[in-house]
Design a protein around this ligand. Sequence first.
Ligand code: AMP
Ligand code: MG
Length: 649
Amino acid sequence: MTDTRIQKKGDSFEQDQFLTILSREDALARFEAALFPRAIASEGRSLADALGQALATDIVSLIDVPPFDRSNVDGFALRSADLALAGEATPIRFVLNDEIIACGTAPVQIVSSGTATSIATGGPVPRGADAIAMVEHTQPVGERAIEIRRTASPGQFVSYAGSDIARGETLLRAGTVIGSREIGMLAACGIAEVSVARRPRVAVISTGDELVQPGLPLRPAAIYDTNGAIVTAAIRENGGEPVFLGAIPDVESELEATMREALDSCDMLVLSGGTSKGTGDVSHRIIARLGEPGIIAHGVALKPGKPLCLAVCDGKPVVILPGFPTSAMFTFHDMIVPVLRRMASLPSRADAKVAAKVPVRIASEIGRTEFVMVSLVEGADGLIAYPSGKGSGAITSFAQADGFLRINALANQISAGTETEVTLFTPHVRVPDLVIVGSHCTGLDLVTAPLARASLAVRSISIGSLGGLAAARRGECDLAPIHLLDEATETYNAPFLVDGLELIPGWRRMQGIVFRADDTRFEGMNAQEAVRAALADPTCIMVNRNQGAGTRILIDRLLGAARPDGYWNQPRSHNAVAAAVAQKRADWGMTIAPVAHAARLGFIPLAEEHYDFALVTARKQRPAVQAFLASLASDESRVALTRAGFRPA
Ligand code: AMP
Ligand code: MG
């Protein structure tokens, strides 16, 4: 057993954190071995309420469907032998019986030779008749007779009793998941209630002092509880019945009481957060007291998701998902969904998969199965899978991604150009109409809004100006938004274009110094004066930008050789700079005017940056590209951009 364990190397603190890391496969196998086989509880459900659940028993029909020999057409019930000599030149005449068999009318009269009875589609075939002549193939002769010029075979247009479903036939097998078609079959047999595998009741608890439920105001240093909503929805999607118990602070007694209550009333318990073995993390200590055998795996070789904790307490699965929402979501889908579906008697998920090439090298840690979210775009020869650039704390990467790829625990990378398998989040690939790869700007959302209204799918992948240009050169996108200053010529963007690309002017963004509006140190100054004042005050802390950002070039020019406190704080976005200043982590930094104004900060303008688009000329005539160019030039977009603080070119 120990051969599959990977002994965690590292310092003693780390060893204390996760003594034994199990491989993904080993952890799942042990978890399942501790839970299965198990009795599956069943419950009676009315047809409408059984949707999506698995049948607990075989269903045998107690009746024939149809219950009687039935006419398939509107026409006349008659004896086929009477038509043996019928032909174009030899019409056969039938006297009509004094009866019309509508749907739901039981026939009374016998059809004797030479007579016929009018019958509707779905009407029961009367005694004596063995075939139906379609009304279209008959001619009326007065009120009381018809003529027919073609023969009929016995059984023509008759559905015999039990021909669809025979009494005693097994209609549906135990384990069948009930969809609308199954509901239709059950209804046809008159079955109003079925026995189904009971949906496992799954208690959901978020843990953390910092969590606030969506809809309530956010206090300082708090964040919204994301996992509660994710896990609740994912449980419902996979056949469980979630019972959300809220976010509980990291207080051992309070958490233990809630966990015990949850296990009393539910079949399974899923917590999130607090799974490291830090002092504030108490859930795993509580689990050890909740029942046998207790913790089965604490630390799994997954990325994201290493701190996952799997336990079984007196037969009930208890899970602690990692706190970061994307980690929580991946581990839930990969490790918990298989168990939940088995408990609900549902088949394992059949996620759609597609082949796609990765355009860039993706580094990976050896020893952990790694999941990388990707966005798909159409390349010259097949799909391209762009890894989503954000860290494990980023929830939006889920919404923007089309699926994920899995990197084997033993691989240390996927090299650029490798063909990989992408597991889709949706049943089918949705290839976007317009692909924008490069530097992101909130102004972009304003310009693409009319495209979305016209049902054009826009995919915007933010990987920075240089990454966007490379993608445009490879023909993987329609447009690359860029803001690159060529220092030699002091011009933006145009010097960076190559053959096959053309420059579409976008808008200007005023860059400037931000400070808290009530900070009098910078009052009435221009940018140079403000930086001089900041450098003169040793208590004044700055926030910088990352190497490679256009903003960083401007900051470095202002600072010269100076390296004030805060210089090494180098976030990657305009908004992070504004947040650092607004929350007093820093006193000044540089960002763009719209972001400064949205954060209600003081702003000293410095220089305008050009945010333009490198357009792949070969794709210019595509309808979505034309729609984008039209929107960019429209009054609507120009007004919206101006209102948001940008200056359309
Ligand atoms: P923890 O494992 O509790 O240390 O959490 C790791 C990270 O995930 C921290 O940044 C937490 O604030 C965050 N986190 C934990 N639980 C949630 C949750 N329910 N929703 C959103 N973020 C969470
Ligand atoms: Mg926590």
